[in-house]
Design a protein around this ligand. Structure first.
Ligand SMILES: Nc1ncnc2c1ncn2[C@@H]1O[C@H](COP(=O)(O)OP(=O)(O)O)[C@@H](O)[C@H]1O
Ligand SMILES: CC(=O)OP(=O)(O)O
Ligand SMILES: [Mg+2]
Length: 743
């Protein structure tokens, strides 16, 4: 009660002195408030300049100031009185919406939601990237101080409006909190130099940000025209937060409904967990378009997870207090039971393993989930050739390495299972709570990843002929893991599902139509999981939404293919009905004239077409032409003295150049090309030569930047017209993400 009266007294002092100064100096209410605030802080001494205000006014003001000593008031009493003055300023001076004070109702709801998110912290750094008059920030700080004992709070507020900031400064000084408050007069979109905060809280300015040149480093910037200030500031805020920290933003309710929001959403997905979007009651806004919501984001970090249930909803009207209370209670329960509790985390924490059987390799990655922290990774290469390199990374930079003969995928899988235990990567197979397998062919049947049961397994066996070098190994892997972990979720992630977006004219062969209708004879493509991962990373590196980009991705491994990713979707790809066709590969021929097969069969006395196809799959490509090796490293080593080895490399590059050209034509342009997979990631010379051959449409690689292996990097020259990117693929990460999705 007492404080309410104090608020009223302080308001009267502030308001009457403001009105007096406004009148005498002929200035706005806001400017007069700033003047009077400064006077009060300056021990009630009235600032006089060039005889203004006159001495009569000065003594009137001194009398008003003597009516209260703000030092004796608590912070909330001061804040409220200032807030009432600012509501008055908004009306009297017709202050534009973005500069208006954050209403107390909203500020206190935000404060209430934040308490549990930071209550464990004893030292708290809070950042507001559009602090304005400081009402939101000080409401939250006062609430936190009240709710959490002995918390040491330091705040930083940034704003590019000096009048607003002057009010914020008066606010913090009169609340006697200025030692712990840093106010910075700056454009928050520009480079800000502040320590990473534990919590970012902001009532964001809505609308276009006018200075495009300040936004070049923003991933959420618009590809054309001005960008949205609130998108940029969400990115900026989250970039200045510690791992696992929360960003709590007041945003327009339609934040994700605009076309521009795709880029924002993508950025959020890559950098943070979208945990809640809570619309505020419509009645507190002038109209539906002005309605706002509270967005809760959490930056990725250790022991942080996507909530099981994203909290999306609308606060009931204030006129229904019991419904309103109930809603608040639901959110609190959600915060405690989903967003924060260790119990929920423990039950969903586990280890997921992704098994990727390539034609010449077996790779695995073991992740802690859902944090996606990599625990161990391994690769066995040159399977079926002699001298396989077995490499397993685990622990604190430890590595198991051995060169040995691994004759087939069955031996490789057995080796992985043995090493997981013998290297103590896990103590027991039971620690693995999810298994995901790369499966190359899903036909038209599997358009998305699936949980593997007996029906799925028998369907995969049926589909084996669509990927003869891979599917049997994929099935072996599935069965081997089912045997040791019969009750653990096991998921198949298909190479083909990314390509189900291809249009008819691209996937059909010009053969009698009934072969399609009766036998599903069509192009399926492969490497889709890799394209899915790489295209997402490419968009992030280029700072544009994937939906706005035309990309050609070259997946150059032992199996190799190229994909035209048009606006995020596979438009066309070089592999066909099986992974035999398209560009030249390690042991596979790529495209050949089918009538040549009949001719060779006759000349060589081959009677079974399967034998011929087997030669195309296993004895052709690099190894067939070079008669040296299927491994690009071996060809590189001897190419200077071995014509066939050099020829094989040249043919390999020639096929790539042809296909890339086709795809640029098919998309009628391209924004970026990407190199990935074993050869693409590691063969510096091949990248350089291919780039030179593609200079006609604007590809230009910087040799120094290109001089690197298996690192994500933009290798384009500064004056290149289109981007050339090097992106190590990560099919395994996509696989474990799909396990989480299907759990
Ligand atoms: N340093 C290197 N230079 C050139 N090629 C390399 C290098 N390292 C690996 N490779 C190539 O990468 C191929 C394996 O690619 P990868 O994508 O891992 O295989 P898979 O197709 O079996 O998934 C090897 O056959 C080898 O030719
Ligand atoms: C489909 C395919 O060829 O896969 P990989 O490159 O892993 O052998
Ligand atoms: Mg591969």
């Amino acid at each position: 009660m007492l404080t309410e009266r104090d608020t009223e007294t302080l308001f009267k002092v502030l308001n009457s002195s403001t009105e007096l100064l406004k009148d005498k100096l002929g200035i706005s209410y806001l400017d007069a408030f700033i003047e009077t605030g400064d006077n009060l802080i300056n021990n009630g001494e009235v600032h006089v300049e060039e005889g203004m205000p006159d001495s009569d006014t000065v003594s009137k003001l001194e009398k008003i100031y003597s009516e209260i000593d703000y030092h004796k008031l608590d912070a909330e009493t001061v804040r409220k009185a200032v807030q009432i003055c600012m509501i008055k300023a908004t009306k009297e001076d017709a202050i534009q919406a973005n500069h208006q004070i954050t209403p107390d109702t909203i500020a206190s709801i935000m404060g209430y939601l934040v308490i549990r998110l930071v209550k464990e912290d004893k030292q708290l750094q809070i950042l507001d990237v559009s602090v304005g008059m400081g009402n939101l920030l000080s409401t939250v700080v006062n609430q936190l101080k009240d709710a959490i004992k002995e918390v040491d709070i330091h705040t930083v507020g940034i704003d590019n409006d000096d009048s607003m900031l002057a009010v914020a400064s008066i606010n913090s000084q009169m609340q006697q909190n200025s030692d712990n408050t840093e106010l910075i007069y700056q454009d928050s979109v520009a480079n800000i130099l502040v320590d990473d905060a534990d919590l970012v809280i902001s009532d964001l300015p809505i609308g276009y940000y006018p200075i495009d040149e300040n936004t070049t480093n923003y991933k959420t910037r618009s590809s054309e025209g001005h960008s949205f200030a609130h998108h940029l500031l969400i990115e900026q805020g989250m970039n200045h937060i510690k791992p696992g920290g929360f960003g709590v933003f007041l945003v327009p309710s339609n934040l994700f409904d605009t076309t521009e929001s795709k880029g924002l959403l993508k950025w959020i997905q890559d950098n943070a967990y979208l945990q809640a979007l809570l619309n505020l009651p419509k009645e507190i806004f002038n109209n539906e378009n002005a309605q706002k919501a509270i967005l809760i984001l959490q930056k990725h970090g250790d022991n942080v997870h996507q909530v099981e249930k994203i909290m999306i909803g609308e606060f009931p009207s204030f006129k229904q207090p019991s419904a309103f209370q109930k809603f608040l209670a639901e959110i609190v329960e959600w915060e405690e039971k989903d967003l924060l509790t260790k119990k929920v985390r423990r039950t969903i924490m586990g280890k997921s393993i992704a098994i990727n059987a390539g034609s010449s390799t077996l790779k695995f990655k073991l992740f802690e989930m859902p944090s996606e922290k990599l625990i161990s990774s391994g690769a066995i290469d040159r399977i079926g050739l002699s001298n396989s390199d077995v490499e397993i990374k685990y622990g604190d930079g430890e590595k198991f390495q051995k060169t040995m003969d691994v004759n087939n995928h069955e031996e490789a899988i057995k080796l992985v299972l043995d090493k997981l235990l013998s290297l103590s990567i896990i103590e027991n197979y039971d620690e693995i709570t999810g298994v995901g397998h790369r499966v190359v062919a899903g036909g038209e049947y599997f358009t998305d990843s699936v949980i593997i049961d007996d029906d799925v397994l028998s369907k995969l066996e049926e589909l084996s002929e669509l990927a003869p070098l891979h599917e049997p190994a994929n099935i072996l892997g599935i069965k081997a893991f089912k045997k040791v972990l019969p009750d653990v979720i096991s998921v198949a992630v298909f190479d083909t599902s990314f390509h189900t977006s291809m249009p008819e004219e691209n996937y059909m062969y010009a053969l009698p139509y009934k072969y399609y209708t009766e036998h599903k004879a069509r192009k399926y493509g492969a490497h889709g999981t890799s394209y899915r991962y790489v295209s997402g990373r490419a968009a992030a590196m280029m700072g544009k939404p994937l939906e706005d980009l035309k990309l050609v991705i070259m997946h150059l491994g032992a199996g190799a293919s190229i994909c035209a990713v048009d606006h995020g979707k596979s438009l066309d790809t070089s592999m066909g009905f099986t992974p035999l066709t398209g560009i030249m590969m390690a042991t596979r021929s790529g495209d050949v004239d089918p009538s040549l097969l009949a001719y060779i069969m006759e000349k060589e006395g081959i009677t079974d077409i399967n034998e011929m196809i087997n030669i195309l799959n296993k004895q052709s490509g690099l190894v067939g032409v070079s008669e040296v090796s299927a491994d690009m490293r071996d060809l590189e080593a001897v190419k200077a003295d071995n014509h066939q080895a050099e020829l094989a490399r040249n043919m390999y590059m020639n096929r790539i150049v042809k296909y890339v050209g086709q795809y640029v034509a098919e998309m009628n342009g391209v924004d970026g090309i990407v190199f990935t997979a074993g050869v693409g990631e590691n063969d510096i010379g091949i990248r350089e030569e291919i780039a030179e051959k593609l200079s006609y449409f604007g590809v230009k690689v910087d040799s120094e930047k290109n001089h690197i292996r298996a690192v994500e990097r933009d290798i384009s020259a500064d004056d290149a017209k289109i981007k050339t990117l090097l992106i190590p693929t990560n099919e395994e990460l996509m696989i474990v993400k799909d396990i989480e999705r299907l759990k």
